[in-house]
Design a binder for this molecule. Structure first.
Ligand code: ADP
Ligand code: MG
Ligand code: MG
Length: 902
């Protein structure tokens, strides 16, 4: 890195030198401390060591040249500004050392407070604080504790244990009851713990404390947990962290001091108002650590009116400045307010929509920006039913919300029991320590899955998300005992058959059945709530954002639907056509028998008979759908799966035949069936006789479907309706395949359509990699392409979805080989590249070629942005995902077309 060779490269920035846009260099915390400093807010003076210094340190294993001198210079400046010297025995300047990367990351080093205290300066600190010995020794013991734990990896429990001992010797639970002598004794105990674990005395040199703490922050960038987290979240490994050195201010100086956290609006609902917690006579993390009970921030008005008023006005100022909800950390030292941190705050999905709407009303942002501030994942969350928790239900455990939804049911501990009870019509929750591939059937049978171990990428989490099943993972308060068929939690025992409720969004676990309430957002989409007039801030906000998204988006949104009912629902959700109507579902039920006859037909006559019987049934299916869609385009895919899927499984059939033969029964028919099943058995059905291959091998099958589609369209049109069919040929890999099907289809269409005015397009799926790579040729015979990204992903990666998700995806996710399953979100680099090539070469060969996507990715937020950028005409997704796709298509349009008001 060039920076290293350059001695005068700037590695240290005073807070007055930075600003909020320098997050790459100063980290989030440092950039925002600088921003607040420059706004004139009361921030304790300090400086930030850049991420570049960290990168250089990590690359070479030593501080880059010039860094030590720059720290020295900034420290001197800070000392002269404060009129104190770091660790001065008579009047010490103390500082905190705080990590702060561009993205906040669990696993990174925490903060060390009170750096600069030692056996001498603790006395000086007490004297300066008006002979406040208690405060000084409290600060010193905190330093040894935090320094020991985070810089030298001394186990934190040992310090906590020692603190508990002192408290119980005093007969108290409250740390405020400890006096100066108790704390002095605790410092001795802490020093012993420190020496025992590190083999050295607690460092007394203030500057050494500072340097070691800074170095520990640098090194924590590569701590195991941090590395794992970055891989999973796709955060680049080379960003590094900044380090903030901040003059200490003291919330533990007495009852007129304290520390707190606050939000400028309710991060839960988005409601305006003051939300926060305050703790008097406390320092640092005490507020969130739950050491003592905090009071609501409103109480501060009574305790210290002038600090409270100042805080409120600062919060208003920050909101206006950041034009968003902010969260803050502050400390009051003897009636003087200090700001220690701010950032744009996290919020729930509902709050995100409500706040975006409010900010537009307040004139702080425009509608494009409001659209940018919400996302499809949040909208999807709001479309799940929720638990109604107004009374009496209290969570007994909280795990990770691994797959959203709300599920209640009887507890079971084995896959087999789950299957059994589900077959009796019971709702069950499968509870395991962790799941493995053997649990798959139980997971399918269960309404929800609860595990006591594992995170968002555990087997349970990955598989549940793939199945759209509610899952809470890693609820470690639960102690699962599978052989005894029970678990214990919070002192209670839950046996097999007892009912529990799990919330896959919040990760909460409840005993008993919690009532579920439908989503108001779904009610709005279904038309039972009027988005403009309803007295519900969330629904109004969703309505407003969706209206704007629809006005901006370039991508049309269609749905995947096989029945009139699905089509109708999707239309209410805003679908503008059907992008994938699968026909294989139309061959099930009582029609199965006709398909069997078709497959088993020996003579042409038998086959034609079966086809002739299927024709009117198919025609009726299509008529219903065309009517429902009333002139919107309907893409019908000709039959796709391998034929043996319509026949009984081989093993079962073989056993039946053997048993019947044994009994001497007449089994001629079964034997023929068995022979056919044997003949058609494939080792790799996904790569076998299916799709267009089937159409080219079984005479008359595609022709029957084409005829049914054309006749249905004509019937609808002659009845005064509108129909706009598009016939889609699956699994094409070579233009010759499509040309053959097309020639036959065109003949039939011309004959059926006559002068009815019906127009039928013929196109193909692009789902075999070869099709993507020869798209220029294929476009000559296709009026549209629809990307079947499920198959394209399977064949592009060479793995079958049904097998891999349970077998090894969890491991791949854990290792960071992918950040998200490529079936969930399109793999832009590989599969996405095939899409891009096909789109470009297809359009080059046939300008105006219609391009869409009908894989599951059509409803995935990130994938929608990708399809927008490739320039497709539409995405098609399941009905429930249609609103998500509309929203994301709108976001993609305002983001890339650049009308962001910033
Ligand atoms: P985190 O990233 O975990 O929030 P911080 O660096 O914000 O860690 O530090 C945690 C807490 O420590 C802060 O909220 C604040 O209460 C306290 N703290 C940090 N620096 C100082 C300081 N200079 N003076 C007083 N308290 C501080
Ligand atoms: Mg903080
Ligand atoms: Mg396919």
């Amino acid at each position: 890195m060039a920076a290293q060779e350059n001695d005068d490269h700037k590695y240290v920035y005073d807070f007055s030198e930075g600003n909020k846009d320098l997050k790459d260099l100063l980290g989030g915390k440092g950039a925002n401390l600088a921003e607040m400093t420059n706004l004139g807010l009361p921030v304790p003076p300090g400086f930030t060591i850049t991420t570049e210094a960290c990168q250089a340190y990590l690359a070479t294993g030593r501080e880059p040249d010039g860094l030590a001198e720059q720290i020295e210079a900034h420290l001197r400046a800070l000392e002269s500004e404060m009129g104190k010297r770091l660790g001065d025995p008579r009047d010490p300047l103390l500082v905190s050392v705080r990590s702060g990367a561009k993205f906040s990351m669990p696993g990174m080093m925490e903060t060390v407070l009170n750096v600069g205290l030692n056996d001498q300066s603790v006395v000086g600190l007490a004297a300066q604080a008006g002979q406040n010995d208690r405060f000084a020794w409290d600060s010193y013991r905190r330093l040894i504790q935090m320094f020991g734990k985070t810089v030298c990896e001394v186990p934190g429990e040992e310090f906590e244990h020692a603190l508990d001992e002192v408290k119980s010797a005093k007969g108290t639970h409250n740390d405020l009851d400890l006096d100066a002598d108790d704390l002095r004794g605790l410092v001795d105990a802490y020093k012993k713990i420190f020496a025992k674990h590190t083999g050295r005395e607690f460092p007394q040199q203030p500057r050494e404390q500072l340097d070691l703490a800074i170095r520990a922050v640098f090194e924590s960038w590569n701590a195991e947990r941090a590395v794992l987290y970055r891989r999973q979240e796709r955060i680049p490994a080379d960003l590094g962290t900044a380090v903030n050195v901040v003059t200490m201010v003291f919330g533990n100086l007495g009852p007129d001091s304290g520390t707190g956290v606050a939000f400028t609006r309710d991060p839960g609902s988005g409601a305006q108002g003051i939300y926060g917690d305050y703790l008097a006579n406390a320092q640092g993390e005490d507020v969130v650590a739950g050491i003592r009970n905090t009071v609501p921030l409103q109480e501060l008005e009574r305790l210290d009116k002038s600090s409270y008023d100042e805080l409120l006005s600062i919060m208003a100022r920050l909101e206006e400045h950041y034009r968003d909800l902010c969260d803050i950390e502050f400390t009051i030292e003897r009636g003087k307010l200090w700001m220690l941190q701010t950032r744009v705050g996290k919020r729930t999905a509902a709050a995100a929509f409500v706040i975006a709407g409010q900010l537009v009303d307040e004139g702080l942002i425009d509608e494009d920006e409001a659209l940018h501030r919400v996302n499809g994942a949040q909208l999807a969350q709001l479309m799940f039913p929720r638990f109604q928790l107004d009374h009496e239900f209290e969570a007994v455990a909280t795990g990770i919300g691994a797959s959203p939804g709300a599920a209640s049911g009887k507890v079971v501990f084995t896959s087999a029991r789950a299957v059994e009870l589900a077959a009796e019509g019971e709702s069950v929750i499968l509870v395991r320590r962790e799941t493995n591939p053997d649990d798959l059937n139980g997971m399918i049978a269960a309404k929800g899955i609860l595990t006591s171990r594992g995170g968002k990428t555990s087997h349970a989490a990955v598989v549940a998300r793939g199945m759209g099943k509610t899952c809470v993972s890693g609820a470690d308060a639960i102690d699962v005992n599978v052989p005894a068929k029970r678990f214990t939690v919070a002192g209670r025992t839950v046996n097999e058959g007892d009912v529990v409720s799990i919330d896959g969004t919040t990760g909460k676990v409840y005993l008993g059945e919690v009532p579920v309430m439908p989503s108001e957002v779904v009610q709005y989409f279904e038309g039972s709530l009027d988005g403009e007039h309803v007295d519900n801030p969330l629904v109004r906000a969703v309505h407003r954002v969706m209206t704007h998204a629809d006005g901006k988006r370039r991508l049309a949104v269609r749905t995947n639907a096989d029945t009139g009912a699905d089509a109708a629902r999707a239309r209410r959700f805003g679908a503008e056509g059907i992008g994938l109507c699968r026909t294989e579902h139309m061959f099930l039920g009582e029609r199965r028998e006709l398909v069997e006859r078709l497959i088993l037909a020996r003579a042409e006559g038998e086959r034609d008979e079966a086809l002739a019987a299927l024709l009117p049934l198919q025609r009726a299916d299509f008529e219903e759908i065309f009517r429902e869609m009333d002139g919107l385009p309907v893409t019908v895919r000709l039959i796709d799966p391998p034929l043996h899927e319509f026949l009984p499984p081989l093993e079962q059939l073989a056993v039946n035949v053997a048993v019947a033969q044994e009994r001497g029964e007449d089994v001629a028919k079964e034997e023929a069936l068995l022979a056919a099943v044997r003949r058609m058995h494939e080792e790799n059905p996904m790569l076998g006789l299916r799709g267009v291959r089937l159409g080219l091998v079984i005479p008359g099958l595609f022709a029957m479907q084409v005829r049914a589609i054309a006749e249905a369209a004509v019937a609808v049109v002659r009845g005064g309706g509108k129909a706009c069919p598009e016939i889609m040929v699956p699994l094409v890999g070579a233009v010759q395949e499509l040309e053959t099907v097309r020639a036959e289809a065109e003949k039939i269409i011309t004959e059926v359509v006559g002068d009815s005015g019906v127009e039928v397009l013929i196109g193909t799926m692009i789902e075999v990699p070869r099709a993507a790579l020869t798209a220029g040729q294929i476009a000559e015979a296709a009026e549209f392409f629809s990307f079947g990204t499920n198959d394209l992903t399977q064949m592009g990666w060479g793995f079958s979805r049904d097998d891999v998700e349970g077998a090894f995806f969890w491991r791949y996710l854990e290792l960071g080989i992918f950040g998200i399953s490529p079936f969930e979100s399109i793999d832009r680099d590989g599969v996405g590249r095939l899409v891009r090539i096909a789109a470009e070469e297809g359009r080059a060969a046939r300008p105006g070629l219609k391009l869409g996507v009908c894989g599951e990715h059509g409803g995935d937020p990130d994938s929608v942005h990708f399809f927008h950028s490739v320039g497709l005409d539409y995405v098609s997704c399941s009905p429930f995902r249609v609103p998500v796709a509309r929203l994301e298509a709108g976001r993609a349009a305002v983001e890339t077309d650049g009308s962001d008001s910033r």
